[in-house]
Ligand binder design. Structure first.
Ligand SMILES: [Zn+2]
Length: 179
């Protein structure tokens, strides 16, 4: 019988290839993978994951849980793997990685054109940012744009705004910028 091109090819050596697969080590615990990521030199790490990557994983989870899976700014649902932790008192001002100082935001609410960092006057007034030299514990959040609350540990507690916040809000124009 005349062989076609296909038949002339030698069969794959399947057993050898399968054996290479079985020689892989068993699945590694997630903790090991996280530890690997944490060993990546800092500059590359920050480049890959932006600024929220240095917050300890458990603290990030607590911020998300406290927000009950919603954005602390706009109140809409936050995908568990697609949100950013915002330091209210910025790290450059000495703000710490702590529950009192962190809120959960959509990336757009954090860094977008209508976000916290593009409208600082508005964000300072509503507590999503804390002005330099102010104490985050004395500077509550107008949460979801509706209700004044303080991030106390693992819950949000109703409270009154700082008088300076009301003054700052009154000074904003209709777009939420400094008048
Ligand atoms: Zn949002």
């Amino acid at each position: 019988m005349k062989r076609t091109g296909l038949h002339r090819r030698s069969p794959l050596r399947a057993t050898g290839q399968l054996q290479r697969h079985t020689s892989l080590s068993p699945a590694r615990p997630v903790e090991d993978a996280v530890a690997d990521v944490q060993r990546i030199p800092l500059r590359r790490h920050v480049h890959l994951r932006r600024c929220t990557s240095r917050i300890p994983r458990q603290l990030r989870a607590a911020v998300y849980d406290r927000a009950e899976g919603t954005c602390d700014m706009c109140g809409r649902w936050l995908q568990p793997d697609l949100w950013e932790a915002n330091h209210r008192l910025m790290r450059s001002q000495g703000g710490r990685d702590a529950l009192i100082n962190l809120v959960a935001l959509h990336p757009a609410c954090h860094r977008g054109p209508q976000g916290v960092h593009h409208r600082p006057a508005w964000a300072y007034a509503n507590g999503l940012l804390v002005p330099a030299r102010r104490d985050p514990q004395q500077w509550p959040v107008l949460r979801h744009g509706l209700i004044w609350q303080m991030p106390l540990g693992r819950t949000w507690a109703d409270c009154d705004p700082h008088p300076d916040q009301l003054e700052r809000l009154a000074d904003l124009d209709e777009d939420g910028d400094a008048a």
